[in-house]
Design a protein around this ligand. Structure first.
Ligand SMILES: Cc1ncc(COP(=O)(O)O)c(C=O)c1O
Length: 448
């Protein structure tokens, strides 16, 4: 039998082998199982470098957080500072940092009356739904077909369900809960009702039939690219929530801080009862937040034990993470939101350039975009929901183009219908390289 040190030494030449040997599945998140299987070594600004020294321009952005680019100087400095000032996770009382962060977040939109700080988007959506159930005394929730709100029992369902499993399009009625995880109790599934995005009738039907605590949705579906709300849809949800007495929860884990300081709520002018943030809020550090109506968030704090929602977490508001979030938000706020103006310009340029590629190569395609997030779809119209997208998009072509682009040094998501993200570190040259790689990838893919 090998001594432990020699086992580790034998794996040391390829860290992937070590991970495969000791780490379940060889990866820390199922979403990192990718083809090609690249071992990344370092990241700086808009660039990634792999273990062979090959450089990539990064449009994946670690699933969205990198709004300022990797290792952004201001965020790194804040993190180093908090450590060198000998801050620690005190685990008791509060710190001045967390008050500063809460104030900054609440200053991002008027509907953000109060805020709770957590670590991950999944924790935050979990707690937001619990708050909604406690506030309304109801148990049922509505989620979006094609939406993703985290890994927990209420929401781990109906993300990119194949059409053969969905069956006929359902209008005005709910789809079955089609879990994306084993181990979800049937009692949970019975409480969760997936509906098609942009379908107000479906929401009315479900909420009239079941005692509904909340609807939770990404205001733009950004886990299937960039699927935007029809005019009046979010406003319609607000009205239905008020009329039928359920809470409107915007999951802004992807849209928040990436598109605007107050997230897509601020851009659409629709105030949710609660909004959930993560990812771009701290440029890659694990921070999440639930913000919104103080009367609801106060349920975390009520002295009435029967009504109190348990807010606990050893690592909530860890000083290092909080410092990273403060530095990120301050940077996003600086120069009167200059970052967002630049995103709009760069995003529009890239969108047009990609659409031109489609025209040049005679490929039917559209590019959906919000600010710095965009997604080319190989179909003849912008998708309005998952069913539409799954029925019309050419997934094989998409997958093939992405593979070619990665080989060409432009790291887009290796999975079809996933968004491309621009960061504040991307230059015009980086955008032009992406267009070149897209054009040559698409040209190769259509002849294959
Ligand atoms: C919209 C949305 N909500 C929630 C989550 C879950 O966040 P986390 O992975 O931090 O738990 C994600 C993650 O991708 C997401 O995209």
């Amino acid at each position: 039998m090998l001594a432990e040190s020699s086992v580790i030494a034998s794996c040391a030449s390829d860290p992937r082998e070590k991970s495969k040997k000791y780490l379940v599945g060889g990866i820390a998140s199922i979403n990192r199982k990718a083809d090609p299987d690249i071992l990344f070594q370092s990241a700086e600004g808009a660039h990634l470098t792999d273990s062979d020294g090959k450089r990539y321009i990064d449009y994946h952005a670690a699933f969205g957080p990198y709004v300022l680019g990797h290792n952004a100087a201001a965020v790194n400095a804040a993190v180093v500072n908090v450590i060198s000032e000998q801050h620690s996770l005190y685990g008791s009382g509060t710190t001045s940092l967390e008050g500063d962060l809460a104030e900054l977040i609440c200053g991002c939109a008027p509907f953000l009356e109060s805020v709770a700080l957590l670590n991950t988007g999944s924790e935050a959506t979990y707690q937001a739904l619990r708050l909604a159930r406690a506030a309304t005394g109801r148990d049922h929730i509505i989620v979006m077909q094609g939406g993703y709100n985290g890994w927990h029992n209420d929401v781990a369902c109906n993300l990119m369900t194949p059409l053969k499993d969905l069956g006929e399009r359902r209008t005005g009625d709910e789809y079955p809960f089609l879990g994306i995880s084993a181990g979800i109790p049937q009692s949970h599934k019975d409480l969760v009702h997936p509906v098609e995005y942009n379908d107000l009738d479906a929401v009315r039907t479900v909420a009239s039939k079941y005692p509904t605590a909340a609807i939770i949705l990404e205001p733009i579906l950004q886990n299937i690219g960039v699927v935007k709300p029809n005019a009046g849809y979010l406003q319609g949800l607000r009205k239905l929530a008020d009329e039928l007495g359920f809470l409107l929860i915007f999951d802004e884990v992807k849209t928040g801080f990436r598109h605007a300081l107050g997230g897509y709520a601020a851009l659409s002018g629709v105030n949710p009862d609660l909004a959930v943030y993560g990812k771009a809020i701290a440029n890659g550090y694990p921070v999440a937040a639930i913000g919104g109506r103080k009367d609801i968030l106060e349920l975390f704090n009520t002295t009435d034990a029967a009504k109190r929602v348990l807010l606990a977490g050893t690592y909530n508001a860890h000083p290092v993470m909080v410092a990273a979030a403060i530095a990120t938000i301050q940077h996003l706020k600086s120069n009167d939101g200059e970052v967002y103006r630049r995103f709009e310009e760069q995003g529009a340029w890239l969108q047009n350039a990609l659409e031109d590629v489609g025209k040049r190569l005679g490929v039917e395609m559209v590019v959906a975009r919000q600010g710095s997030a965009l997604c080319p779809y190989f179909m003849d119209h912008l998708p309005v929901d998952w069913y539409d997208l799954a029925s019309h998009h050419n997934f094989d072509l998409d997958q093939c183009v992405r593979k070619q682009m990665i080989a060409d040094g432009v790291y887009v998501f290796p999975i079809a219908v996933k968004q491309w993200s621009i960061s504040a570190a991307h230059t015009q040259h980086d955008l032009e390289r992406a267009v070149e790689a897209f054009e040559s990838g698409l040209a190769k893919a259509i002849v294959d």
